[in-house]
Design a protein around this ligand. Structure first.
Ligand SMILES: [Zn+2]
Length: 420
């Protein structure tokens, strides 16, 4: 009797660091909702998921009642600039987490800061979004952003790229003024060393050439807009992009901002007060120096914005995979965290169903970054980066703002960065 009792004790005393009971899991990868699920977390991983069945004698340090709530894997902002000042981990990263963004891809800044942030994240994972970064931008002879760029030529490319690889950059960021011949060299190097290159389509090549060379993602709509003028060319391009596995990170929100600014509107969100002072100064400076467009210029900018949205929808319709990115700190009045949700909303506005948008925000980045074994869905053995919502984001994408709780690496994320 005693032995039996002890065995049953052992069976019911399995302990967990955190348990989320009776929650609806949004499986965006397969476009299904899984109601009444219990998620068991130990350390930074999901241990298992079972259907909820009342009080099952679970012992956990933290038990979260998920009844009436929805849960997604953490979002990824796939285009940000955070590695230009070493204090941004303390000011900006908590904002990302607060808005459900548990992963970011940094498209250019200081390699030293990138590696500092990555090292800090190793010991304080719950305070840092997962970070993938390029380090400095690779540009032509006279770089557009000299402070954060390296001028690459056909002569120095191997030295430059070897050095970046040895310092563990996650990918190479190519920029607008790289000559075609240098891009050939970068493309060959990328294949040889198995390191991705991504970024702007250079002014000196066509989108078709960028796809054929194996540029992994096109950031923004630079150069792609010209495809809209010729529907045969556009369709042909989609075939090439599909064949070469190209991705698009359109950052539509920057075009919304440009459109607003053309009309003399400057978007002040309450987050403005929390931003880094250099950023605030830059944004105010831009505002002071700008003159609103008039007459035909307004018509032109309205038409252009409309076409940009059409273009992104065409990519979606032709099944070119999309990523959600904002270009935070690359474009004025684009906010960390909040603007990510603006980008999601724009995707809905152009006619993409919420389930598909949520897939772009969670599963697509995991596939793109080659980390889908640990991220991108809510499954056993994956990292416990989770966002709980009080409203269903599948019904309306705006409900992604109804964030109830963010869990990063198995811990509840809060705003008290400095104290932790
Ligand atoms: Zn950028």
């Amino acid at each position: 009797m005693l032995i039996y009792f002890c065995i049953s004790c052992q069976q019911v005393t399995e302990t967990y660091d955190m348990v989320i009971e009776d929650v609806t899991i949004i499986d965006a990868k397969n476009s299904i909702l899984l109601p009444n699920q219990t998620i068991y977390i130990r350390q930074d991983r999901i241990l298992k998921i079972t259907p909820s069945k009342g009080n099952s004698g679970i012992i956990a340090d933290t038990t979260i009642n998920g009844k009436g709530k929805y849960v997604l894997p953490g979002f990824w902002d796939m285009h940000v600039h955070t590695c230009w000042k070493d204090s941004l981990d303390k000011t900006v990263f908590p904002i990302f987490l607060q808005y459900g963004i548990t992963g970011i891809r940094d498209l250019g800044g200081s390699l030293e800061i990138l590696n500092t942030f990555k090292n800090c994240a190793k010991v304080r994972a719950h305070l840092y979004p997962n970070l993938f970064g390029a380090g400095p931008i690779l540009d032509g002879e006279k770089p557009i952003h000299p402070a954060f760029s390296i001028s690459v030529t056909t002569n120095n490319f191997r030295i430059v790229l070897d050095s970046l690889r040895s310092q563990k950059v996650d990918f190479l960021k190519v920029y607008s003024l790289l000559p075609s011949s240098v891009l050939d060299s970068i493309s060959a190097y990328s294949k040889e060393k198995k390191i991705d290159f991504a970024g702007h389509i250079s002014e000196y090549i066509t989108p078709e050439m960028a796809a054929v060379r194996g540029q992994k993602s096109f950031e923004h709509l630079n150069k792609l807009e010209e495809l809209l003028d010729d529907s045969d060319r556009l369709n042909n391009f989609f075939g090439i992009a599909d064949e070469h596995g190209s991705w698009l990170c359109p950052t539509l929100v920057i075009y919304q901002r440009k459109y607003e600014m053309a009309n003399g509107e400057f978007f002040y969100h309450s987050l403005f007060e929390d931003l880094d002072k250099d950023l605030k100064l830059e944004w105010e400076y831009l505002k002071e120096g700008s003159t609103p467009k008039i007459g035909d210029e307004i018509k032109e900018s309205t038409l252009r914005y409309h076409k940009q949205k059409q273009l992104v929808k065409a990519f979606y319709d032709h099944q070119i995979p999309l990523l959600i990115g904002t270009d935070f700190a690359g474009m004025q009045f684009v906010y960390p965290g909040y603007s990510y949700h603006e980008e999601l909303k724009l995707m809905e506005e152009i006619g993409i169903p919420p389930f598909e948008i949520l897939k772009m925000a969670t599963w697509n980045p995991a596939v793109f970054l080659g980390i889908s074994e640990s991220f991108g869905t809510i499954e056993a053995n994956k990292i416990a980066d989770l966002v709980l919502f009080s409203e269903n984001p599948v019904e309306s994408i705006e409900n992604t703002l109804s964030i109830d709780m963010v869990i990063k690496s198995g811990k509840i994320a809060d705003k008290t960065f400095a104290k932790n």
